[in-house]
Write a protein that binds this ligand. Sequence first.
Ligand code: 5AD
Length: 342
Amino acid sequence: MDWIARLRAGSDLEDEGLRALLAGEGPDEELFAAADQVRREHYGDAVYVRGLIEISSYCRNDCLYCGIRKSNSNARRYRLDQETILSCCREGYALGYRTFVLQGGEDPFFADDVLCGIVRAISREFPGCAVTLSVGERSLDSYKKLYDAGARRFLLRHEAASEELYRKLHPPGMSRENRMQCLFDLKKIGYQVGSGFMVGAPFQRTEHLIEDIRFLQKLSPDMIGIGPYLNHRETPFRDQPSGSMIMTLRLLAILRLMFPWALLPSTTALASIDPSGRQRGLQAGANVVMPNLSPADVRDKYSIYDNKLSTGNESAQNKADLEKVVRAAGYRIVTDRGDVKR
Ligand code: 5AD
């Protein structure tokens, strides 16, 4: 069965096809080539850049895989104030960035009035730019207020669509249902919504990944963020193996074929696991990169996994180097807002 041709033709693959592609029976080269073709049909050779500002390493959650989980008493905590965030945006704007992503742990300090104030200040000073939030689960009312303040995109990975796997990765207080509800709330309000999951998370099997894909089909997100699970020495999963680059690339390619319009980042986790990860992600269908715009002195404190890159091509300041890598991979950096093309 030619599963790749079936996906290209827009038909929904049964689980058997997804299993074959995830097992590398595409074969991989053909899978990646097909994904690249579809990406070029929809987005040409454009790679969109987002300036990532990690606003807080405080988190009230205790996800078992994450280095900034509440129980990690060795995590170095910081939060950025409004003026610091604005100066990151100013620096980013001068470098050509037109999307700012405010990402952080679920830090109660960033209550609605505080975060709305920041979003309003950025929107006022940079009217042509998009503000993306990635600050976790909040109420419908809170998401509405943030939208009214000017935020237009929201990233919230569903993490695991399988109830069984979700429970193994998260503490009892968290629920997959609430997370999914948040995603549907965000969509209803009018945000461009991003979801996603880790590849090779502890206890994850192929069947779980298929559930993730099925959930994404239901949600139909504008953006999908995936990257390999990488361990962190101060979490309960410290001895678990990390995810692999090849599985991440296969999933990126499958997602590109299934969601031709999607904005898919070639993530920092993928770049952190292998020096060629960034390029290979782009060549397997990814069309977004999110270099780090956080102040240099806090970058290593946002340590969600060990050996997370934040310098070199990961640094927003090194745009010329990033441009070279992207060009060498066969693409071109575009600095407009890069809204989804559906
Ligand atoms: N390895 C890889 N990705 C991780 N994330 C959190 N911890 C890890 C880890 N150890 C991902 C989660 C989260 C995103 C911001 O980072 O999927 O949604």
